[in-house]
Design a protein around this ligand. Structure first.
Ligand code: SF4
Ligand code: SF4
Length: 159
């Protein structure tokens, strides 16, 4: 897959993915096993270190626990970590002050990988239960994440 064309390709495919949910709502609600198998397949094929799009463009929502863990890993006081790296966004969520993420290296490695926020661990969410609840979010995420793009394509071609 050509990641540089991902956004364009996802835009072109979006209407079909949305239509599929509209016409196959009941099936999608029972498709977790199929979707998780697609997630496993494409997570194994696509190398996040050649991508890094989520760390460059989508800021994770950060919890108090994340702050605690990150501060420990960086040997910083929580108050200093917050002052240096974090801000409250317009929805009241704690997020990184700047994107790309300050912990993303030029080689796409995460400098705090073992202690990264929970939202980073869970992205791109294509292995979560009740995937239908984030189907529309995934339609959007497909324009930045090649794993999500392939999973969406797999879903609509699953019959
Ligand atoms: S903390 Fe690590 S995994 Fe999370 S966005 Fe930053 S670089 Fe990516
Ligand atoms: S956008 Fe998707 S493929 Fe790219 S680094 Fe993030 S999870 Fe991996």
């Amino acid at each position: 897959m050509d990641i540089s064309r991902l956004s364009e390709d996802a835009k072109r495919r979006k209407a079909d993915w949305v239509k599929y949910l509209r016409t196959h709502k009941k099936q999608v609600e029972k498709m977790d096993l199929t979707i998780h198998a697609l997630h496993e397949k494409y997570s194994a094929q696509i190398d996040c270190l050649s991508c890094g799009n989520c760390c460059r463009t989508l800021g994770p929502r950060i919890t108090d626990k994340d702050v605690e863990r990150m501060a420990k890993a960086l040997r910083m006081k929580q108050v200093d970590l917050i002052a240096q790296y974090l801000r409250i966004d317009e929805d009241g969520d704690i997020v990184f002050k700047t994107m790309p993420c300050p912990f993303l290296g030029t080689d796409n490695y995460c400098a705090i990988y073992e202690s990264r926020p929970k939202a980073c661990r869970e992205y791109p969410h294509t292995d979560r239960k009740k995937f239908y609840q984030i189907y529309m979010l995934s339609v959007e995420n497909a324009s930045t994440c090649p794993i999500v793009y392939e999973v969406m394509e797999g879903i609509v071609k699953s019959e």
